[in-house]
Design a binder for this molecule. Sequence first.
Ligand code: ATP
Length: 229
Amino acid sequence: MLEIKNLDVAYGHAKALHDISLKIEKGQMAFLIGRNGAGKTTLLKTIIGLLKPKKGSITYQGNEISNLLPEELYLRGLRYVAQEKKVFGNLTVRENIEIAAYASQEPIDRTLDKVMSIYPKLKDFLKTKAGQLSGGQRQILLVGRALVGDPKLLLIDEPTQGLAAIVIEDIVKILSSLKDKVSAVIVEQNLAMVKLLADRVHILKEGKVAREIMDKSEISDTRGLEEYL
Ligand code: ATP
């Protein structure tokens, strides 16, 4: 479904990713972990077309995509949920969802059903201004909005960052309900979540893949992962 080969990415002359290669099969949830500055966000932004690689290739469903724009990738089913949790704060939750439905030309009722199916409690907030939502509710709205149209590959940057344990549980449930329905690459520092959901883990260190773990029992033993955080 997604294959990255020998990818180099730089900000001006400062190289951020060096010779990254990784592969994700259809329906898998891959987690990227690593310390601050390891290159996790840079990798997601490059996959979604916000940054252009200096070298290497990104193949998605058999086609090279590193030359495509984010809007073209959106139409091919890629969805990006950025770390910043930005919503349209002055618009209601419903209006935030309507914008996504409009962008993908999906009937609004269908989009609303999808969002509510992952988190029915959001129904109570449809008329609330999105700027008044808690951090967790905002994150759930953003993940819900990413399901609009026909999503095939979700790229989610630190979904649980700064959230209370109770909301993290909701987010784990939501992502777990999406497992096998879409593929995903998720940046996450919460190892309990990685342990529950990951089919594979790619550890980034100083812009390189330091280690890859595909074995479920190895992923479950989070002691092996802690040293990279
Ligand atoms: P974090 O967990 O802090 O978000 P990260 O693993 O996502 O870290 P990146 O944000 O991808 O790491 O950063 C990788 C490298 O690229 C770091 O050295 C960072 O300083 C640098 N970098 C990131 N964004 C920019 C930018 N806009 N301009 C210049 N350098 C950048």
